[in-house]
Each structure stands twice: as structure tokens, then as C-alpha cells.
Design a protein around this ligand. Structure first.
Ligand SMILES: Nc1ncnc2c1ncn2[C@@H]1O[C@H](COP(=O)(O)OP(=O)(O)OP(=O)(O)O)[C@@H](O)[C@H]1O
Ligand SMILES: [Mg+2]
Length: 322
């Protein structure tokens, strides 16, 4: 009897396991080609040199039908309907997790306005933004995002380490955890030797790096950056761009990056969203297929030059001058 039961049990289990295997095979058969297609571009570009790109492809596939940041028909009008300013008109954009996307367009086309709407500093007049399926106010409360502006806005009376520590203090992190995270970030921006210095003792570029580290302190999933290197000279800008790429890869953060520099947008981004003149809308989205990791040598490749030309054309096609 017992044998009989266990045989029946075994048969049922075998059947269950067979059907589970068949289901798994079906899932693999359906998903694998999609994963391979998604990854083909990455793999070819990276010339099989970067297995991380393959994993990234799978990650992007997972979220392909459901953008991490969804900007849906956003419209923003400042002031009275009759004599105000329409900054944004019908802006829609989906951003994938871990993506680096640049927003570029002429002055006054509403780039900062859009970043402020995503960051819950402004409400749209129409349309909506969802961040990881949350409204911007809920996403902000859940500490999903941080903003870095053009000016570093550090606390002059706090040392560099204590500036980076500030958000963690405000959020009630324990002392040991704060110290570990500050150390990690100082190493990441290579300013460990300056931890006890004050902002006035640092160059403008170093101060901006501290501002980025401070923004990353509580590990936000999204970093909104509004011309963070706009006030810096070109050499510093290029260096900080490369450092930002290292940070982005290490911290696995999604970056929305506003810039006026075509070269910077191409060098850093996975995609560049080109805006029309005011009222701003997304005119074109250009994928940037340069292999990663990118560095100074990337700027000397023919593909880089081609992509810079493409973005410039997209801007000029929209009747814009930078
Ligand atoms: N608080 C405000 N009140 C009224 N109008 C505003 C306000 N903020 C921005 N604007 C207007 O909205 C438009 C878009 O401004 P925004 O700062 O978003 O542009 P931008 O693309 O970031 O420009 P820039 O590249 O020069 O930084 C501009 O015409 C600006 O005058
Ligand atoms: Mg702006």
C-alpha cells in the first residue's frame, strides 16, 4: 500500500516535474530570442569584451514594456493662460532602469522645467510622470531620486566629509553606517585626502564632485542632473564626465542629464533626447551606440564624430542654434 502510494506519488511528481520542465523550456524558447536580439547590439558594439553589457540587456528587457521613468504627455504653462509662458508641450519619454539619458535643446526650451517636474519641485499643467510606478511626490518621499544643479551649493562651514554625510544625518542613519558610506563615496570621487577640508579649499570641479557624492549618499535610484558641469572649463568638464561614468557604472543609478554640450551628451549617454525650441517637446531620440567603457580615446573614434554630427543635425533641423 505504502509502495503503491509512493509510486502514485512518484508518478504525480514526475508528471509535475515534466510539465514544469516543459513550461521552463517554453519560457526559455520565448524569452531567449528576445534577450539575444536585445543583446546583439550591445555585444557587437562591445566586441564580446564586456559581459556586463549582456546582463544589462537582460535587465533592460525585463523593463522594456514598463519604463522605469514614464513621462506621459507632460505640458507646462507658467502664469495666466492668456499671457503666461508655455514651457513644455506634450512631452513623452520612457527611461529604462540604469540608463544614462541626456536632454539637449536650446536655451528656454523647458529642460530644467522637465527635470523639476520629475523631481517633484514643480507640478505639470497636464500629463503625468511615474517613477518606478510612483508619483514624483511619493518617489521623493521614498528617497528614489536626488538632484544635482549647476552650482554645487555645499555648506561652507562643514568639511567635505560632513557635507557628504549631511543627507544621511537628516535621514537618521547610524553613525557607523554614515562613516562607511562617506568613506566609500570619497574613494569613488578620489577625494579621500580632502575629507577634512572645507569647500573653499577645493577647486570648482572638486566641489561639484562633492555635490554629486552628497546626492548619491542615500543611494537614490535616479540622479537628475541639470548642467552639472556647465560652469566648468572644457578640460575639467571632460575629466568629470569620465569620472561620472565610473560613478554611474559603480552605483548603478539611472541618470537624466541636461546639457548644452553635444560632445558631452554623446560621450556620456545611452540615448540623447533632442528638444525643440519653446514650447519644448521631444523631437528626436538618438541612440548612442559607442562601446563602453568610454574614455578619452572614445572621442577620437570616427563613430563619435558621426554621432556628434547626427545630434548637431537633429538640433539644427529643429531650427536651433546652440
Ligand atoms: N518660475 C517660472 N515662472 C515663469 N516662467 C518660467 C519659470 N521658470 C521657467 N520659466 C520659463 O519657462 C521657459 C523654460 O525655462 P527652463 O528654465 O525650463 O528652460 P531651459 O531649457 O532649462 O533653459 P536653459 O537651457 O537656459 O537652462 C522659459 O521661457 C522660462 O522663461
Ligand atoms: Mg535650464
Amino acid at each position: 500500500m505504502i509502495r503503491c502510494n509512493s509510486e502514485a506519488d512518484g508518478t504525480v511528481r514526475m508528471k509535475e516535474s515534466e510539465s514544469a520542465t516543459r513550461a521552463s523550456v517554453r519560457v526559455v524558447c520565448i524569452c531567449l530570442p528576445q534577450v539575444l536580439v536585445w543583446n546583439l547590439g550591445f555585444v557587437l558594439r562591445a566586441r564580446l569584451s564586456c559581459p556586463e553589457n549582456f546582463l544589462r540587456g537582460i535587465f533592460i528587457l525585463k523593463m522594456a514594456n514598463n519604463s522605469f521613468i514614464q513621462i506621459e504627455s507632460v505640458h507646462k504653462h507658467y502664469g495666466a493662460l492668456t499671457d503666461g509662458v508655455t514651457a513644455l508641450r506634450n512631452v513623452s519619454l520612457g527611461v529604462q532602469p540604469g540608463e544614462f539619458i541626456s536632454l539637449i535643446g536650446p536655451s528656454g526650451c523647458g529642460k530644467t522645467t522637465l527635470l523639476k517636474i520629475i523631481g517633484d519641485l514643480l507640478a505639470p499643467s497636464a500629463g503625468r510622470v511615474l517613477i518606478d510606478s510612483l508619483r514624483p511626490d511619493d518617489a521623493r518621499r521614498a528617497h528614489e531620486m536626488a538632484i544635482v544643479f549647476q552650482a554645487p551649493t555645499l555648506m561652507e562651514w562643514r568639511t567635505i566629509a560632513r557635507n557628504i554625510e549631511l543627507p544621511l544625518e537628516l535621514m537618521g542613519y547610524a553613525r557607523a553606517e554614515r562613516a562607511a558610506r562617506v568613506q566609500e563615496l570619497l574613494e569613488l570621487i578620489r577625494l579621500t585626502d580632502f575629507r577634512a577640508r572645507y569647500p573653499r579649499e577645493l577647486s570648482a570641479g572638486m566641489q561639484q564632485q562633492v555635490a554629486i557624492a552628497r546626492a548619491l549618499a542615500y543611494r537614490p535610484k535616479i540622479l537628475l542632473m541639470d548642467e552639472p558641469f556647465g560652469a566648468l572649463d572644457e578640460m575639467t568638464r571632460e575629466r568629470l564626465g569620465e569620472s561620472l561614468l565610473e560613478i554611474w557604472e559603480r552605483e548603478r543609478v539611472t541618470i537624466l542629464f541636461v546639457t548644452h554640450s553635444i560632445g558631452e551628451a554623446v560621450m556620456l549617454s545611452d540615448r540623447v533626447a533632442v528638444f525643440s525650441r519653446r514650447p519644448g517637446r521631444v523631437e528626436q531620440i538618438l541612440p548612442i551606440d559607442l562601446p563602453r567603457p568610454r574614455n578619452t580615446a572614445t572621442r577620437e573614434t570616427p563613430r563619435y564624430a558621426e554621432l556628434v554630427k547626427k545630434v548637431r543635425h537633429a538640433l539644427h533641423l529643429n531650427g536651433q542654434t546652440q
